[in-house]
Write a protein that binds this ligand. Structure first.
Ligand SMILES: O=P(O)(O)OC[C@H]1O[C@](O)(CO)[C@@H](O)[C@@H]1O
Length: 422
């Protein structure tokens, strides 16, 4: 395993933590054998134990067509239908001057200006659309897709070929529309919830269309899934799950995912949905929030250090101590940085992580540090599965169903009523 977990700033805050290992392994066993609540929702693990190479190849083929023919791929979806793809694409793309086609997300909020300006931006470009919704009735993507469908139909003779729908295998509004129009489709499997779906076509198509290696991504996760089969309580996923449960029981209420590399910010947002929707129910769960350091040390850092004590913290960092531009000496030292001559950005970032973790420990914020060896598809696949497995275990320890999200309906009902819908 290349993703490592350092617990040295977490364990001193927990008394008798080893006594929990039996409960951790019990919950882990339930995840392995289908003993969880909603055992029919464990497809996110099963699909890795029985890889469908033909499906990966099919996605790669459609992605190649998009890469050849499109200037822009618009991916329409919300929650688990976009956060995983956005996270991986952000992590794997260069910061500036990304390759064509541009992959843009839409239907992930209801901003009027965003969607209006998106349509204006698409004018004159070769556009493909991947609409991703299991139900087809989620308002945000459904509204965006109506506009985008009309946009395509009014401009392209082959409009229907430019739409790929990722949806339920047989039912729902989007399935009906796709069948009627003859769109190419991929299936959101029944046994995989939205937030666990990044390694299904939900995430794989937008990631492959952006030019990334989905086979390595998928097989990175396969390796992690296999590695967990015989894992002991000290495996990072299980140790983390058990520690989180212990902190929850000790009264902590918020977990920060503090990302030290801006390319991993999307992974933080993906983690936030995964943990928030999986654990936050029945009055339980650590509230997950992702921060980007050192940026947010100059915004909410004051609160984390000295405000109300609520927090446990996960640092997510890259092993990049030697990377980046290195300061050199300047005659006369006009900016007074010569004492740091020979210091690369990576070393400064590492010092920021260690310094912050120490300061937060002194401020009674326990922390773990997750270190990725490098950012590539394989390492991301491993990280994705590790966090998925951990939340299945920690949710099971909490006694909640880690695979449902009944509370998400509440806002939809009120919103629909205000819009005069049933
Ligand atoms: O795929 P749908 O049905 O549009 O749902 C979108 C999202 O809404 C949720 O069901 C709840 O937030 C997510 O799990 C899912 O990713």
């Amino acid at each position: 395993m290349r993703l490592s977990l350092d617990r040295s700033r977490a364990l001193p805050f927990l008394t008798d933590r080893d006594a929990l290992d039996g409960a951790v392994l019990d919950a882990h066993g339930k995840v392995l054998t289908g003993g969880t609540r909603s055992p029919e929702m464990l497809g996110w693990r099963q699909m890795l134990l029985e890889p469908d190479d033909a499906l990966i190849e099919s996605v790669q083929n459609v992605a190649s067509e998009i890469r050849e023919r499109a200037d822009v791929l618009v991916c329409v979806g919300i929650g688990g239908s976009y956060l995983g793809a956005e996270a991986v694409n952000q992590a794997l793309a260069p910061y500036f001057g990304a390759d064509s086609p541009e992959v843009i997300f839409a239907g992930h909020h209801l901003s009027p200006a965003y969607h209006e300006q998106l349509l204006a931006y698409l004018e004159g470009k070769s556009v493909y659309v991947n609409v991703i919704s299991k139900s087809g009735t989620t308002l945000e993507p459904a509204m965006a897709f109506r506009f985008l469908r009309r946009f395509l139909e009014e401009r392209f003779d082959d409009a229907d070929r430019r739409v790929i729908a990722t949806t339920d295998k047989s039912s729902g509004v989007l399935r009906g529309l796709a069948d009627e129009k003859g769109y190419r489709t991929y299936v959101v499997p029944d046994d995989v919830g939205g937030r666990f779906s990044v390694l299904t076509p939900v995430g794989l198509l937008p990631i492959a269309a952006a030019g990334h290696d989905i086979r390595s991504l998928f097989y990175g996760a396969v390796g992690a899934a296999r590695g967990l089969t015989d894992a002991g309580a000290d495996h990072p996923a299980l140790a983390y799950a058990g520690d989180r449960f212990a902190f929850h029981e000790a009264g902590y209420s918020v977990e920060l995912m503090s990302v030290m590399e801006a390319k991993l910010r999307g992974l933080g947002y993906w983690w936030q949905q995964l943990y928030g929707e999986s654990e936050g129910k029945e009055g339980k769960g650590l509230f997950p929030v992702t921060l980007q350091y050192t940026t947010d040390l100059h915004s909410v850092g004051q609160y984390v250090q000295e405000g109300k004590r609520l927090f446990v913290e996960s640092f997510l960092r890259l092993d990049d101590e030697k990377a980046g531009l290195t300061l050199d000496e300047e005659p006369d030292n006009p900016d007074q940085l010569n004492d740091l001559a020979g210091t690369p950005y990576g070393a400064a970032n590492k010092a920021a992580w260690e310094g912050t973790a120490e300061a937060h420990r002194e401020g009674d914020v326990p922390s773990w540090t997750w270190t990725l060896p490098r950012i590539d598809a394989d390492a991301l696949g491993e990280a994705i599965y590790t966090f998925e497995h951990a939340v299945a275990v920690s949710g099971t320890m909490l006694g909640v169903d880690p695979f449902n999200q009944p509370g998400v309906e509440a806002y939809k009902k009120k919103m629909f009523r205000l819009l005069g819908r049933d």
